[in-house]
Design a protein around this ligand. Structure first.
Ligand SMILES: N[C@@H](CCC(=O)N[C@@H](CS)C(=O)NCC(=O)O)C(=O)O
Length: 215
């Protein structure tokens, strides 16, 4: 299986990166240094004109958008437990995945990259301040979801895409001076995932430090 994953360290591409690693399937991880603007390079734009990660290339087919990539990998690797296999459990998992992507992640983007949403510096500042409080609310909601989850992982009995995305979202809190440890159940889940020996190559490849909070 010729499968390449383009990922940025610490970015949302951690989700497919972690899933591929845990699946044991062969894949080629290709690092895109977002802080150096490599996503806007001619060579990367030739692969994904949207200039973002994650992107997978499988047998010559290019796919971007995290939700589509997760669904595709789940089809391709049915034993990897990327999503629950069927029924309402699967539907709820896709519901949460979509919310993570279109609401929690999007809220963070308004803090981290307000210039994408307005070219007015005053509006950017206001957007950043407002969305900081919104992001804390989104993480509180996610924390409650984890706390009330009957199974050991958000995706069920084994770690899956929701757990990896939860880790990314709570880690990002520390980058914008929100203490991630206040979201107790969510923080415990992220630590549980980061400590999995099978995930160590991803943590190493991304040089991932879970707690980015500096007060
Ligand atoms: N809607 C896209 C969002 C992807 C996204 O936000 N990627 C970020 C990293 S988390 C990125 O590539 N940022 C660099 C940039 O936009 O220049 C998806 O779901 O895949």
């Amino acid at each position: 299986m010729a499968l390449q994953l383009y990922f940025g360290p610490g970015a949302c591409s951690f989700v497919p990166h972690a899933m591929l690693q845990l699946s044991g399937a062969p894949f080629e991880p290709i690092m895109v240094k977002l802080h150096k603007g490599e996503q806007k390079s001619e060579s990367f734009l030739a692969i994904n004109p949207r200039g973002q990660v994650p992107v997978i290339v499988h047998d010559g087919e290019v796919l971007d958008q995290l939700v589509a990539i997760v669904a595709y990998l789940d089809d391709l690797l049915p034993d990897a437990h990327i999503l629950p296999p069927a029924g309402i459990e699967r539907a709820h998992a896709i519901q949460t995945l979509a919310w993570m992507n279109n609401t929690a992640h999007a809220t963070f983007a308004h803090i981290f990259m307000p210039q994408r949403f307005s070219d007015d510096p005053a509006a950017q500042q206001a957007m950043r301040a407002f969305n900081l409080s919104q992001y804390a609310k989104r993480l509180t909601e996610l924390d409650q979801l984890v706390a009330t989850q009957a199974k050991p992982w958000l995706t069920g009995d084994k770690p899956g895409a929701l757990d990896a995305y939860a880790l990314v979202l709570v880690r990002w809190a520390g980058m914008v001076k929100i203490d991630p440890t206040q979201f107790k159940a969510l923080w415990a889940l992220a630590n549980q995932l980061v400590d999995l020996p099978a995930l160590a190559p991803v943590i190493e490849r991304e040089r991932l430090q879970l707690n980015m909070f500096s007060g």
